[in-house]
Design a protein around this ligand. Structure first.
Ligand code: GLN
Length: 474
């Protein structure tokens, strides 16, 4: 078992271990811990060993391999991997075998990164605890009574539980950063458009973004580099070169301006979260950064805006699941309309239905101006808050979540309190900017606290550098 991908890389390059042996050891650990953690929907051994074999052959021939070649990775089960089940943890897609690879899966293959398994999630990535999966409840490896966060809970738990060294998730309103924070690892949502969404099962297309989980910032930088880049198959993909994030990591924050988001460190924040985030702020001061209090006045509307826009987009994206082609179909219908209705009623879980209804309502004639249009206008104001803040500071800082991981079952029957866990993460999606969660300190029960850092569009390098500074100074 290795702590980081860079450590494993050295062992592979020095031939202390082969890629196959590395895989063996992670599959052995999966066998040990998976019955407790329940992070995985499917194991993809054939794919993983096939890639490991290629790595071992290249290393044996003295060929140079990419930085993450042979490093075990687990992928969220809403990302299409050719010829494997891709379910989005929904009964609707229970038997869906993807006929193609997501662009990022092709990139993983080009980088010879073995995919060990598909990770559990909240159904269609809708949730904050991974309790909305149609198949299983994933548990936090640090305390099995707690949630791992969501919706990429399986991806985060698999890295925290040492089932892999790296994983990938998707983040529409916080689904990478929140579980990273709850599980004590690094998680990053890149700039909207930095990473291709082609082959990611759509939830809210103007917000969705794929991103990395890892045990340290350098591993995160390497994985981000591997998956980033322009893709003509995604019309929102940004066409700019991908920097060498890991090589250029620089922990010097002297003179940098760090903006602490006033609205996110006040009322409602758990005391120990506050204490640790304040320690992180002090650490940055000690390292020579300048701390400035910043106000994002429209943050208070973020949850309302998000739950109109995300549900509206979801209602339209999920219209395709009609029981006709590749999705679940009811056995019990006498006519076409009944077939549509029953397939959707039986195939979707409660939270997904709630979102479809909310979103359809927000888009319906007569209400469109009052809800959808208004929400778009407030989204623009939130973006302006960020633009103004970045005129003054290099990076924004807040807790990733106002609390540490909560108990399993404690919020399932209260959707509003579940929605509120995303108050600190949602605005970065609405503004399209990159954001990262870094573990910093623990609460009384030893559960990790996450510090969130946010930079301006396409400033991933700066974001990683600033996170690296805090990580190295610990
Ligand atoms: N928790 C938020 C939601 O349920 C965000 C989910 C996500 O980022 N995929 O919509």
């Amino acid at each position: 078992m290795f702590k980081t991908a860079i450590e494993a890389r050295k062992a592979l390059d020095n031939k202390e271990i082969s890629a196959k042996e590395l895989l063996d050891s992670y599959y052995e650990n999966i066998d040990k811990v998976e019955s407790d953690i329940q992070a995985l929907n499917a194991i993809t051994k054939d794919i993983a060993y096939d890639t490991a074999k290629k790595v071992d052959e290249k290393i044996a021939n003295g060929e140079k391999v990419p930085a993450l070649a042979g490093i075990p990775l687990i992928i969220k089960d809403n990302i299409c991997v050719k010829d494997t089940l891709t379910t989005a943890s929904s009964k609707m897609l229970e038997n869906f075998v993807s006929p193609y690879n997501a662009t990022i899966v092709n990139k993983l293959n080009d980088n010879l990164i073995p995919i060990l398994a598909k990770a559990n999630l909240d159904e269609f990535a809708m949730g904050s605890s991974t309790e909305n999966s149609a198949f299983k409840v994933t548990r936090n490896p640090l305390n099995l009574n707690k949630v791992p966060g969501g919706s990429s809970g399986g991806s985060a738990a698999s890295v925290a539980g040492k089932e892999a060294l790296l994983s990938l998730g998707s983040d529409t309103g916080g689904s990478i950063r929140l579980p990273a924070s709850f599980c004590g690892i690094v998680g990053m949502k890149p700039t909207y458009g930095r990473v291709s969404r082609y082959g990611l099962i759509a939830f809210a297309s103007s917000l969705d973004q794929i991103g990395p989980f890892a045990n340290c910032v350098e591993d995160t930088a390497l994985l981000l580099e591997a998956i980033s880049g322009y893709d003509p198959n995604d019309s929102t993909s940004i066409n700019t070169p991908v920097p060498e994030y890991a090589k250029n990591l620089n922990p010097d924050v002297k003179g940098l301006k760090i903006g602490v988001i006033k609205e996110l460190l006040g009322e409602g924040v758990q005391e120990e979260v506050k204490e640790n985030v304040e320690k992180a702020i002090q650490k940055y001061k000690d390292l020579g950064a300048e701390i400035i209090e910043v106000s994002l006045p429209n943050v208070k509307y973020a949850i309302a805006v998000y739950y109109i826009l995300a549900t509206a987009e979801a209602s339209s994206n999920l219209a395709r699941y009609d029981g006709v082609r590749y999705t679940y179909r009811t056995n019990d219908a006498d006519n076409l309309i009944e077939m549509f209705t029953k397939s959707r009623s039986e195939g979707f879980g409660d939270e997904v239905k709630r979102r479809i209804m909310l979103g359809t309502y927000a888009l319906s004639s007569g209400y469109y101006d009052a809800y959808y249009k208004k929400a778009q206008q407030v989204r623009a104001l939130i973006k302006q808050d960020y633009d103004k803040a970045f005129e003054k500071v290099d990076v924004l800082l807040s807790p990733t979540c106002p609390t540490t991981a909560f108990d399993i079952n404690s919020k399932v029957s209260d959707p509003i309190s579940m929605y509120l866990t995303d108050i600190a993460t949602i605005t970065a999606n609405l503004a399209g900017v990159p954001a990262l969660s870094l573990p910093y300190g623990v609460d009384k029960e030893n559960m990790p606290v996450g510090v969130q850092l946010i930079t301006n569009v396409l400033e991933e390098q700066k974001l990683l550098n600033i996170a690296y500074a805090l990580e190295q100074a610990k």
